[in-house]
Ligand binder design. Structure first.
Ligand SMILES: Cc1cc2nc3c(=O)[nH]c(=O)nc-3n(C[C@H](O)[C@H](O)[C@H](O)COP(=O)(O)O)c2cc1C
Length: 219
């Protein structure tokens, strides 16, 4: 009896409130920014990454798996599916790392075929002025070699439109693709391209090197 009373008293107010079913969806949304900041402050093992938001979308889980590797290497809070996020809260973070797979082959828009397609226009309208943002993308450089990681550029462009400082450009030399919309004029990818279908053995090393690079680029 004593223990129950103690547990209910010591549980933080924000945690109790968030789990409450009596809150309306609007009220729950209004708590998300606060909650993300609170969780990031208390959980992040590396203070410098405590305020970095890590977001992904996925159809078959591979981008989520890679987000977990990035979380582990950067020491951010847990990655979140962008479909579960009120995108207006993205302005609350000091930096953002965002990842998308490509499913809509050859398309000009909605290239990801995942949750990003629903929120990109809203993201363009945010004020992310000067905030460091790094993009990663998953694709198949063999079966879809002419469209490798195309969605990454679409995500990149919308964050850039919001005024973010885009970092994490990545050399395209060590890949099998023929072409990609995510290649910049200097021949680099606009973010970290990953191929879990054919080169999963390279993912961990690529992520580790990219995270090191980000440390010198504002993260
Ligand atoms: C129908 C289909 C279409 C795809 N289109 C592309 C594509 O255009 N470009 C690309 O790089 N990869 C393409 N892929 C590969 C996926 O992007 C890749 O498997 C990715 O890792 C999936 O990530 P997810 O599990 O997070 O959804 C395609 C795969 C399938 C099955």
């Amino acid at each position: 009896m004593v223990c129950i009373a103690k547990a209910s008293v010591t549980k933080p107010l924000w945690a109790r409130t968030l789990r409450s079913e009596v809150l309306s969806p609007t009220s729950r949304r209004s708590f998300r920014g606060f909650t993300a900041r609170r969780i990031l402050r208390t959980r992040g093992p590396t203070p410098s990454y405590a305020q970095v938001g890590l977001f992904f979308s996925t159809s078959t889980g591979k981008t989520e798996d890679v987000a977990s590797i990035i979380k582990e290497k950067m020491g951010t809070a847990d990655a979140k599916d962008i479909s579960d996020v009120d995108v207006s809260t993205l302005v609350d973070y000091d930096g953002l790392v965002v990842g998308a797979p490509t499913w809509n082959t050859g398309a000009d828009s909605e290239r990801s075929g995942t949750g990003w397609d629903d929120v990109l226009s809203d993201i363009s309208g945010l004020d992310l002025n000067g905030k460091p943002v790094a993009v990663f993308g998953l694709g198949d450089s063999v079966s879809y070699g002419e469209y490798f990681c195309d969605a990454m550029e679409e995500v990149y462009r919308h964050f850039k439109n919001a005024g973010a400082k885009m970092v994490g450009h990545w050399p395209a030399d060590d890949y099998q693709h023929e072409d990609s919309k995510s290649l910049l004029d200097d021949g680099k990818f606009c973010g970290l391209a990953l191929d879990e279908d054919n080169e999963d053995d390279k993912t961990e090393g690529r992520v580790a090197a990219w995270v090191e690079q980000l440390k010198g680029e504002g993260f």
